[in-house]
Design a protein around this ligand. Sequence first.
Ligand code: PAF
Length: 281
Amino acid sequence: MELVTTREELAKARAALTGTVGVVMTMGALHEGHETLLRAAREQADHVLVTIFVNPLQFGPNEDFDRYPRTLADDLEVCRRAGADVVFAPGREEMYPGGEPLVRVNPGPHGEELEGHSRPGFFHGVLTVVLKLFQLTRADLAFFGEKDYQQLTLVRRMARDLDVPVRVVGVPTVREPDGLALSSRNRYLSEPERATALSLSAALRAGVEAAEQGQDAAAVLAAAHRAFGAGTPGAELDYLVLTDPDLEPGPVSGPARLLVAAWVGATRLIDNTAIVLAPRP
Ligand code: PAF
């Protein structure tokens, strides 16, 4: 496995890869969820390229950029074990020579909702760095977790709308046995906060169960809200919504997505699940 930190080194390493290249973009602090992305990349592409970069553009002024976990040595070990060929871990100057870019990707209306509503400018920052990394890595396939469902949807949309020659592959969320979705931010949680954080997955589970019983969209959402409220107190709900799989307003039947975001102490957590609403007469 080769570690590169400059665009010149990356270009050289990339040129040596023949066949298809799958990229897994990360901000480090790799966990089992990332390992699943790496495995999917390993299975579906001839070579795996991992990027590790804590992107300042996607953090608001009061967010956790400074305290975001930085664990490069451990991350490299995870990449090595997973069979990555190249890891690109640039510094801030390398990614943004001359300072933060004046031109950024506009994520469109779905980038202003949900996470984008609570974190203004977030998806402008995400899509800008993702597009830069697409250009630098020239990957054929890109693997993104469904855990960040709005991000996955917007990256897909960007690739389609801006003719980026890459196939975006969504990879299912990995959960702890009790349902908590794996996230680099889970390591901020104290033990009591971790118990509180289960409100998110409990809400999603209740929504899925209600849908499986044939309940309509309103009842599914109500069941999810009830389960969220019944969890260990302390989670502050930001949103709990039902949309169609492309984040368009809630469908009355068929495939849908249930998405939740909440604050647990100082930590913001998100989660989501696929849901199938029964046909309505
Ligand atoms: O999902 C993440 O870790 C980040 O948003 C990404 C895609 C690496 C862009 O910084």
